[in-house]
Design a protein around this ligand. Structure first.
Ligand code: FAD
Length: 302
């Protein structure tokens, strides 16, 4: 897919994780206060491995939507729960006014090795994300997003199997895919072409990871099957003890990646914010997404 570049400011969405402590809660809300004026299409809140953040995810999603008015999506996984339990959690979201779910298989719990560990479907649970999407469709008329992997999910037996799996998720009712983060735009564009050829026609929104810690990003990329171009490694080389330069470089690198995508017609971006606003705000500005001014207060009566 390489449609003409659009001059309209892109639609953006922001992903957060549920805070564990009071201090983390404060930094999340500081981030939300800076990001909310950018008027994202939606925000989403992750679900900890093995369902470990069920209540915190619920509380965070509901609070963000209530206090900012921005549609908030709850991530949801198949791990560690029966279908009845998952359906009942979904119903509580619907009753709380949450209309968008990000339906995932989920990573194995830490006890089973976490990311890259061995996944065992829960007996009586939804086995894979496609099953979860179909189940959520039965619960209520949710908007459902799913995960996609431009460089193939690490456990997939083949790239074709993984593509067929994405098609199953869309056929089951997903209306948007959000990609695993990637640094190689060509891999994303090749993936879009393969999706189109496979008859997958929902938006495949690129997931963008602004790099706050390069060593950790490389480690995570290894687990997720995201390649790290040598040029990127060279750019961050030697900056471990220079956080200020690293930060400027991180903003530039991610903005360049997004601008290159935008130049090829991409007009939706999902940011893995890691609950920090600064890099995402800077990158959004480079893409033409600026804070919307608050409505002027009425003039005082004479
Ligand atoms: P699936 O689509 O079910 O696929 C998982 C693997 O199983 C793939 O390799 C697929 O090819 C294979 N597969 C599918 N169906 C079958 C079958 N019938 N038989 C055999 N193999 C099959 N994880 C969390 O724990 N919490 C989160 O909040 C979270 N948010 C995420 C958000 C995004 C945007 C992304 C990209 C990932 C997120 N993850 C999250 C990580 C995700 O849970 C993992 O990548 C997980 O390993 C796969 O989830 P999935 O929904 O892609 O699974």
């Amino acid at each position: 897919m390489t449609s003409a570049a659009s001059s309209a400011a892109p639609a953006v969405s922001f992903e957060f994780f549920p805070p564990k402590t009071e201090k983390m809660e404060q930094s999340l809300w500081q981030a939300i206060e800076r990001l909310a004026p950018l008027r994202p299409a939606f925000v989403s809140v992750t679900y900890g491995a093995g369902g470990s953040t069920r209540e915190r995810t619920h509380a965070t999603v509901c609070r963000i939507q209530k206090e900012t008015g921005i549609p908030a999506a709850a991530h949801f996984t198949c791990v560690g729960a029966t279908r009845e339990e998952i359906d009942s959690i979904a119903r509580t979201y619907w009753e709380a006014g949450i209309r968008h779910l990000v339906a995932l298989r989920g990573d194995p719990p830490e006890s089973a090795g976490g990311i890259g560990g061995r996944y065992e479907p829960h007996p009586g649970g939804y086995a894979y994300a496609a099953d979860l999407v179909a189940g959520m469709r039965e619960v209520a008329d949710f908007e459902i997003s799913v995960a996609a992997y431009p460089e193939t999910h690490p456990e997939a037996p083949s790239a074709q199997f993984d593509l067929d799996n994405l098609k199953r998720k869309v056929d089951a009712g997903a209306t948007r895919a959000i990609t695993q983060f990637f640094f190689d735009n060509d891999a994303y564009f090749r993936f879009l072409d393969r999706c189109a050829a496979a008859g997958i026609h929902v938006p495949i929104v690129p997931g963008i990871l602004p790099i706050t810690n390069f060593a950790r990003a490389v480690e995570f990329a290894g687990k997720c099957n995201a390649s790290v171009p040598q040029k990127l490694a060279d750019t961050f080389d030697g900056l471990d003890s220079d956080p200020e330069t690293r930060h400027l470089v991180a903003a530039t690198v991610a903005a360049e990646q997004c601008q290159a995508l935008q130049a090829q017609g991409v007009n939706d971006f999902h940011f893995y914010t890691l609950n920090r606003a600064d890099l995402t705000v800077a990158i959004c500005r480079m893409l033409g997404v600026k804070a919307k001014a608050a409505a002027p207060s009425p003039a005082p009566a004479a």
